[in-house]
Design a protein around this ligand. Structure first.
Ligand code: PRP
Length: 181
């Protein structure tokens, strides 16, 4: 990781400020209600931990894990659920939390799958959004930062399981991504 050539994209302060703003908006939108916040493992766990601690409303938490089969950094669209939620969401207000929307395939699958369980409402909150990479049309309800194409790590996001622990978000130099994929 030390040898990975990277540039800072969002500092701890910038992330902290944006997460507070998002939590404020969500708290306003769900005033007087209790949310069930569902995080998509692994990437979302750090963002979700910060987000829920900044909410002014109560919530319960749960997690799903999905496997997306594809080569290198590209997901193929073959999304398989490998860990289900353990909470009944029927009639509940659900906030699905992701670290990043890229092609949109993962969230499209997850939203359809959760809707089959008849929640009262379902919204998606994504920390990062690479809008230009969509393969299917997908709009998150809350987005932290919209970013250009490029491989980003830190704040939960990994590259070959490295760098999730970094408190900032970095963009990797393309040569590094190509060599190590
Ligand atoms: C990443 C990210 C999303 C998905 C987004 O997960 O956390 O789940 O890819 O890509 P898409 O919009 O193209 O479907 P990844 O498979 O890297 O797993 P991780 O969360 O365990 O790092």
């Amino acid at each position: 990781m030390d040898k990975m050539d990277k540039e800072i994209l969002f500092s701890r302060d910038a992330i902290g400020r944006r997460v507070q703003e998002m939590a404020g908006q969500i708290s306003d939108d769900y005033q007087g209600r209790e949310l069930i916040v569902i995080g998509v493992l692994k990437g979302a766990f750090i963002f979700m931990a910060d987000l829920i601690r900044a909410l002014a409303i109560p919530c319960k938490v749960d997690f799903v894990r999905i496997a997306s089969y594809g080569a290198g950094s590209e997901s193929s669209g073959k999304v398989v659920l490998t860990k289900d939620i353990e909470t009944s969401i029927k009639g509940r207000d659900i906030l699905l939390v992701e670290d990043i929307v890229d092609t949109g395939l993962t969230l499209t699958y997850l939203v359809n799958w959760l809707k089959e369980r008849n929640p009262n409402s379902l919204r998606v909150c994504a920390f990062l959004d690479k809008r230009k990479r969509r393969k299917v049309s997908f709009e998150a309800d809350y987005v932290g930062f919209t970013i250009e194409d490029g491989f980003v790590v830190g704040y939960g996001l990994d590259f070959n399981e490295q760098a999730r622990f970094l408190p900032e978000v970095y963009i990797l130099k393309q040569e590094d991504v190509e060599v190590k994929e």
